[in-house]
Design a protein around this ligand. Structure first.
Ligand code: UGA
Ligand code: MN
Length: 256
């Protein structure tokens, strides 16, 4: 099966660095198609060039976040979910384009939602490749804990190790599951609910697809961390600003 990786991304100082690192991870994975969805009114040259020279099989899409859902400078980041419209746009492309290509949904594939700033072990992609419905595994450094994870007993998920509302439907980070393409094509209305309360985004999608009992544990019965919810520090620009004031700022035509 082909692994379809859906990644939302948005313009900021570290975007090219994040996408460079992620693309280099993905280059090591056989039979992978990258669906990169820009949170923007139009596709950017930075992302277009990066994809064209990446050596990856890819689809470049864009979908701006609705104005009333966009975070503003200084807002706490838990206020509104991020990357939602972009993941849904990736799902729309899969359902319209892949269904047509497969002549009706018979195609083998797995869909994974990979944010542009996380850290992914190559082993993770081997674990997810054979997914019947939804496969799951631990995520490191998330939820203000060392890891969050499904709890497995006798090969079945029986609960979740998480510090916050463990009774929420599917209390897992976006990085902690993959879905078979067949299931996504079979449930054409399942998508992420941008208005879901905080912490309920992943569940808003998964509860339309499976029950807890159907989850397929990976990574040695969910005992190995193969993906980390890393976050990149925002670079300081104080010296840049001071030098700009003296007419000595960095060349604005450089792509960084
Ligand atoms: C956590 C989860 O890991 C995300 O999967 C979830 O979408 C997010 O919370 C949420 O609450 O919505 P976090 O590290 O806080 O992730 O979020 P970001 O990494 O800042 O954003 C997730 C993805 O959306 C990234 O790929 C990012 O590039 C993209 N994004 C972010 C946009 O497309 N537009 C934005 O305005 C912000
Ligand atoms: Mn992140």
């Amino acid at each position: 099966p082909t692994i379809y990786v859906i990644t939302p991304t948005y313009a900021r100082l570290v975007q090219k660095a994040e996408l460079t690192r992620l693309s280099h991870t993905l280059l090591h994975v056989p039979q992978l198609h990258w669906i990169l969805v820009e949170d923007a009114l139009q596709k950017s040259t930075l992302v277009s060039n990066l994809l064209r020279t990446s050596g990856l099989s890819y689809t470049h899409l864009h979908m701006p976040t609705a104005a009333q859902r966009k975070l503003h400078e200084g807002d706490p980041n838990w206020l509104k979910a991020r990357g939602v419209e972009q993941r849904n746009e990736g799902l729309r492309w899969l359902r319209e384009d892949r269904r047509a290509a497969a002549g009706g949904g018979g195609e083998q594939g797995v869909v994974y939602f990979a944010d542009d700033d996380n850290t992914y072990s190559l082993q993770l992609f081997q674990e997810m490749r054979n997914t019947l419905k939804v496969s799951v595994w631990p995520v490191g450094l998330v939820g203000a804990m060392k890891y969050e994870s499904p709890l497995v007993q006798g090969g079945k998920v029986i609960g979740f190790h998480t510090g916050w509302k463990p009774s929420r439907p599917f209390p897992m980070d976006m990085a902690g599951f993959a879905v078979s393409l067949r299931l996504i094509l079979a449930k054409p209305d399942a998508c992420f609910d941008a208005d879901a309360p905080i912490g309920f985004l992943e569940g808003s999608f998964l509860q339309k697809l499976v029950t807890m009992d159907e989850l397929e544990p990976r990574a040695d019965d969910c005992t190995k961390v193969l993906v980390w919810h890393t976050r990149t520090e925002k670079p300081k620009m104080s010296t840049e600003k001071a030098m700009q004031a003296q007419g000595l700022g960095s060349d604005p035509t450089w792509e960084v």
